[in-house]
Design a protein around this ligand. Sequence first.
Ligand SMILES: Nc1nc2c(c(=O)[nH]1)N[C@H]1C(S)=C(S)[C@@H](COP(=O)(O)O)O[C@H]1N2
Ligand SMILES: [Mo]
Length: 418
Amino acid sequence: MDRSKLSRRTWLATTSGVIAAGLLRTQADAVRLEAQETPEGLRDPSKVPGRPTSEVGARAPGEQPRRLVRNQNLSSSSRTPLQDLNGTITPADLHFERHHAGVPDIVAEDHELLIHGIVDRPMVFRMADLKRYPCVSQTYFLECSGNGGGAYSRDRMPTDITVQALDGLLSTSEWTGVPLSWVLREVGVRPGASWMLAEGGDAALMSRSVPLDKAMDDALLAYGQNGEAIRPEQGYPLRLFLPGWEGNISVKWLRRLEITDRPTMTRDETSKYTDPLRGGAARQFSFVMDAKSVITFPSYPYALPDRGWWEIKGLAWTGRGRITRIEVSTDGGRSWADAQLQRPVLSKSTVRFRHLWEWNGGEALVLSRATDETGYIQPTVHELWDVRGERTSYHQNHQRAWKVASTGEVTFGLGDLV
Ligand SMILES: Nc1nc2c(c(=O)[nH]1)N[C@H]1C(S)=C(S)[C@@H](COP(=O)(O)O)O[C@H]1N2
Ligand SMILES: [Mo]
């Protein structure tokens, strides 16, 4: 068979359609098409020129991780596909979202931040003003205090839940911005001030009270995320970022800071985000996120195809500084082995851990537990219930478990431990 003729005929037939559709842009495109049209349907990428450069890249067609979206009217959330990611940084378009009244459309040039209250000089800052300050870039996790909420109440213990659905209100970015303490020095905080009200410019007017100590410590006025401007979903053009603290207090679309001498007791910090304790009391405020770890592999709905060596992988983080140790158990917590921490281990950021495990084909209950630099150890569900009762839905940082059946099928497995 005359291959070149056949190829040429196919090429003509194909290209006429392509040209009509205006898709054939370069000579290289034409050559590529021709070279791919072999009778055997062979496609050898090393035999044809590749695609030209482009202004904005895209993921490989076979790699399309997605956030898991839950919309309840205006208040909505989407969760990061933790099981699909490598390393620790969350691609910005997969950062989890939590909005109380949707994503506002804000024009950066029009945006203003007012700082007033117990200060010498109330001031209004525009984005251009803030960007004239020296900036810093730091990698931090952000976790919603509702992450994992409710999954462990005795009457609602799912087995078919993914790590994304359970704990995907967690993401990590490199945040760029101005340390808030530098800007507060500019307005001159007066003696007697001890708190700060932070208010967002969205339809929820999300407002939280922040102790001044934290504002002066490592708080950021953040406008950058993983090298680009903060995404609209993350608070464009400006968000308050409080490293290691519950996500809710990192107020997005930040438009006002009022220096006060007491917490304002806003709707967002009284109707929500307080933790019930045993005996009917409640804990307010629960700012710092305690140490936590999750296993991302193996996890539901994966099935181990055969016995042998597998790497148990996961993420750990603590709002109190650095993670110092991760232990993994494959027998439901009876024995533990140290997992490896991937360097660098950053403060108030996620760390990746790995543990090589030889699965013998039997049933296994796989858990991880984190220890942080303060000596705090991630509690069991019973230890958490002892302190906070069984109905608490915020700040659920207790150990998670995956059950591996002898078939290799993985399900959410804590039921066995309860
Ligand atoms: N202005 C404003 N800030 C906000 C919120 C909001 O709805 N409005 N949601 C809060 C909550 S509950 C969380 S967990 C984080 C989520 O940040 P992200 O959407 O960038 O992940 O933002 C916080 N800041
Ligand atoms: Mo949240």
